[in-house]
Design a protein around this ligand. Structure first.
Ligand code: FA5
Length: 346
């Protein structure tokens, strides 16, 4: 019987090599494992064997059955592939992208960020980055923000446990570590690490303990601009901001610098924008960013001689710009990942 089984598997293997269609495979299957198939007949003979021979032959039958099942599985794959190739008119290429996956598109915040960066690149600004986990010194002290300034209050700043330290944070005593509240910390890092003159633009995430509403989020994005050179003036600031606003909101857009206060700029301004292209907000003055000339104290704290160097700086909220450009009235829509919202910007 062992000999019979070996021959049976050999014959089945030989026969399988000639099978090329689904109908031929079904017929082959019936001839071997169907009710009257060759292997089924051998299995029926098992009952006639002695009690001693049965386990030995049973094992051989199982092995033959397994070999036939493998032949059938291989045939199944071969036939499916040839059927697909027939339908496609070409061999199957499983590395091709699925036709069902629609192309994605940039998130409206990424799109707005790219537009802002490309506008500022035209004016010679290059992109700079800094850590989101920042030291208190980079976020506040170096920006002339004394320890009792409200911006450092535990109420609106997210401090991290003392045990947590960012990889490049200087290990100075007990200095507090926090999630940066603005991208102005990148100004400090750039002044400390680069030799002027330079113009940088720093996009990135910021974190504040602000109550979330239609215009505020605890995690939002800013874009910071810094230009350090000799004899940088308010005329340069106005020129940069006017160009930025016209590129972003159209050539009719106007700007207004309204005196304000930031500890790290002197003089400081809120920049307002007015444009006829803003739907229901058209022709109204809208506050969109803080700006000013870099305070000489900040230059000094960052190792630059204020008698030689001067600078301008500005910082805007990315969400605020994207909301104005697209007429979006709730900041939370940016973070919900609802594809019905996102698809409108594809
Ligand atoms: C600052 O953060 C200054 N560092 C900006 C600056 C840079 C001034 C350089 C001068 C020179 P302010 O706190 O106003 O300023 O924030 C700037 C912008 O960030 C705001 O106009 C607003 O659009 C955005 N912003 C602030 N807090 C939130 C928030 N919780 N959610 C969304 N956007 C916010």
């Amino acid at each position: 019987m062992q000999q019979q089984l070996v021959q049976l598997v050999a014959a089945a293997t030989q026969e399988a090599s000639g099978v090329s269609t689904r109908a031929e495979m079904e017929a082959f299957k019936a001839r071997v494992v169907g009710p009257n198939g060759s292997l089924t007949q051998v299995m029926k003979g098992l009952a006639t064997l002695s009690k001693e021979d049965r386990p030995v032959v049973g094992k051989l039958i199982n092995e033959a059955k397994k070999a036939v099942e493998e032949l059938l599985a291989t045939l199944q794959v071969k036939i499916e592939e040839s059927e697909i190739a027939g339908a496609l008119g070409a061999p199957l290429d499983s590395t091709l992208p699925s036709p069902d996956a629609p192309a994605g598109s940039l998130h409206p915040l990424s799109r707005t960020r790219e537009k802002i960066l490309s506008t500022l690149r035209k004016l010679g600004f290059t992109v700079a980055e800094g850590p989101e986990v920042e030291t208190e010194w980079h976020c506040f002290d170096a920006l002339n923000t004394p320890a009792d300034h409200p911006a450092r209050d535990m109420q609106d700043t997210l401090y991290l446990p003392k045990s947590f330290r960012s990889a490049d944070a200087p290990r100075k005593g007990e200095e507090a570590i926090l999630l940066r509240t603005h991208t102005s910390s990148v100004q400090v890092r750039t002044m400390l690490s680069r030799k002027p003159p330079f113009r940088i633009v720093a996009p990135g995430r910021c974190f504040r303990r602000d109550a979330v509403d239609a215009t505020h989020s605890a995690n939002f994005h800013q874009v910071e601009g810094l230009w350090i050179d000799r004899n940088v003036t308010l005329a340069d600031l106005r020129g940069v901001l006017d160009f930025f606003v016209k590129e972003t909101f159209g050539p009719e857009a106007e700007i207004r610098l309204r005196p304000s206060f930031f500890p790290f700029t002197e003089p400081s301004f809120e920049m307002d924008l007015r444009s006829p292209n803003l739907g229901r907000l058209s022709n109204r003055w809208l506050e969109i960013m803080g700006c000013g000339l870099v305070d000489p104290k900040v230059l000094e704290l960052c190792g630059l001689d204020p008698n030689e160097w001067s600078g301008l700086a500005f910082g805007l909220g990315l969400e605020r710009i994207a909301m104005l450009v697209h007429g979006i009235d709730d900041i939370r829509l940016f973070y919900n990942n609802d594809t019905r919202f996102l698809r409108q910007f594809a």
